[in-house]
Design a protein. Structure first.
Length: 134
């Protein structure tokens, strides 16, 4: 008996769409992207995949770094704190993808942007999500 072929979702795209809408719904709309935009907006959030492993034959557990830029250290922290809270409640069906759980693997970290000196905070999560049969 052969195993079904399962395609894992683009975790960054799922997280970007979810977080963009969740921030807007929370009254704090901000660009949420996978690459640093040019020109840079004053505030924005970047989601980047840094590995992760297949959790089961039908699910993935990507590690995502989430970075929050803003004009001041306070504003960058606040954007990070809100993004962190929203990502923590992400489990559910998001854009047709089942998200089982979110596990924080690194809490907020002060990480000013080396290229621009812009205030930035970062945190990291693993998001366990279901793939789809091919």
């Amino acid at each position: 008996m052969s195993r079904p072929i399962v395609v894992m979702p683009d975790a960054v795209a799922v997280a970007v769409r979810y977080l963009r809408q969740a921030l807007a719904d929370a009254g704090r709309p901000a660009p949420v992207v996978s690459r640093v935009p040019s020109p840079r907006p004053a505030s924005f959030v970047r989601v980047e995949r840094l590995g992760g492993l297949r959790q089961t034959p039908v699910s993935d557990r990507p590690r995502l770094d989430i970075e929050c830029w803003a004009p001041t250290e306070y504003d960058a922290h606040e954007l990070c704190a809100l993004s962190r809270a929203l990502v923590a409640v992400m489990p559910g069906v998001r854009g047709g993808v089942t998200v089982y759980r979110v596990t924080e693997v690194a809490g907020p970290q002060w990480l000013p942007d080396a290229a621009s000196s812009t205030p930035r905070f970062s945190f990291a999560v693993e998001i366990h999500m279901r793939g789809r049969p091919l």
